[in-house]
Ligand binder design. Structure first.
Ligand code: 5GP
Length: 194
């Protein structure tokens, strides 16, 4: 997605050869217009599928997911990283190790919001080692839901998650695939110009 690539080039900050900071439009401040385009693009890429729920993880997956949900008329469910008084019983849970925070969270979704009748599209902001997506796939499996695919805003193609998940037969659509962050420079996968 060309607009997204341009935004990454203009505003992304390479923190290390493996971490890209996009706080100005996705992870802290949010660019609503870009999120709208992203929602539209996900809807186009999965237009061959009937989707009853968008499943994501708090917090940075929520903005693109809501825009997609609006576009396709489906509710958005976000897995929560912390339990609370209002979220305690009847939960599907899975452990997710965070690549950027180096901590393991137990993510949870209430039984009320995902079930065996659902056709789920999983969405997240980044794909690195695939831990977050694996956790969401696990939750969908516990609920007996069908997963139609995974939509990712930025995939880091030099980390293993995308390869491992695709080898397992998971359909992944990534709107930008970063090939390298070496020398403080963002390089996109060839053929990604869209
Ligand atoms: P994974 O679970 O695939 O290893 O990593 C994906 C999760 O870690 C995403 O939910 C995202 O929040 C975070 N993440 C991984 N790599 C990056 C990165 O380079 N930049 C940012 N901002 N977040 C990342």
């Amino acid at each position: 997605m060309k607009l997204l690539q341009e935004k990454i080039i203009q505003e992304g900050k390479v923190l290390s050869p493996s971490v890209l900071k996009v706080d100005s439009f996705l992870n802290h401040q949010i660019d609503p217009q870009l999120m709208k385009e992203i929602g539209h693009e996900f809807a186009n890429r999965f237009s061959d599928q009937v989707i009853t729920k968008v499943l994501t993880i708090e917090s940075s997956g929520i903005a693109p997911s809501v825009m997609l949900g609006l576009e396709i008329g489906a509710p958005v469910v976000f897995a929560r990283k912390r339990k609370s008084l209002t979220l305690s019983d009847n939960l599907y849970s899975s452990k997710v190790h965070s690549f950027t925070k180096n901590e393991t969270n137990e993510i949870s979704v209430s039984h009320s919001f995902i079930g065996a009748d659902d056709n789920v599209l999983i969405v997240d902001d980044f794909l690195a080692n695939g831990e977050a997506v694996k956790g969401l796939l696990d939750i969908a499996a516990q609920a007996g839901a069908n997963v139609v695919g995974v939509g990712i805003v930025i995939e880091k193609g030099f980390q293993d998650g995308g390869k491992l998940l695709r080898e397992q037969g998971v359909r992944i659509e990534s709107l930008a695939i970063v090939d390298s962050l070496e020398d403080g420079k963002v390089t996109f996968a060839t053929g990604e110009e869209k």
